[in-house]
Design a protein around this ligand. Structure first.
Ligand code: DQA
Length: 148
């Protein structure tokens, strides 16, 4: 059985890429970012699915519904990363190999962004590589899934 189904989940305000500070987030719109990630995925032989919401409960419920649907997860929860214990708990319930991704270098920004409540549940964190970070994350996840 191949383990190649990956869910890409984006949280709050990421749909507004293109209107956000380009110094941190680059110039792509969210649609362009998703298209870029889909091509990284197909280059790596992965099947990608996408989800974005600005509603924390919807993000949580989407995680609840992933059981049996995908083999791994890429998550960029946006600002929820830094404080949402509800999303952390839901990620733990999902019990899937996950990689945390941030477009910006959260470790070099405000102190509150340096906290991640999901990091220790993830196989790896990729931060500050812009859109390319998703390629790094997908490659790392592929490696994790092939070892499974
Ligand atoms: C982000 C970093 C977060 O601190 C911020 O709130 C975001 C985007 C990133 O991709 O760099 O919305 O997750």
């Amino acid at each position: 059985m191949s383990h190649n189904r990956v869910e890409i989940m984006h949280g709050v305000n990421l749909d507004q890429l293109g209107r956000r500070d380009a110094r941190h987030y680059g110039g792509l719109t969210f649609d362009q970012l998703e298209q870029r990630i889909a091509s990284f995925g197909s280059e790596l032989g992965l099947v990608t699915r996408f989800f974005q919401t600005n509603h924390e409960g919807k993000f949580v419920e989407h995680l609840h519904g992933l059981d049996g649907m995908v083999d791994g997860l890429i998550v960029n929860p946006g600002a929820w990363t830094h404080y949402s214990w509800a999303i952390r708990d839901a990620l733990e319930i999902a019990a899937l190999p996950a990689i945390e991704v941030h477009l910006s270098d959260v470790g070099a920004r405000e102190e509150w962004r340096q906290v991640s409540v999901v990091r220790d549940l993830c196989v790896a964190t990729v931060s500050g590589e812009g859109p390319e970070g998703y390629r790094t994350a997908l490659a790392r996840l592929k490696q994790e899934l092939s070892d499974a």
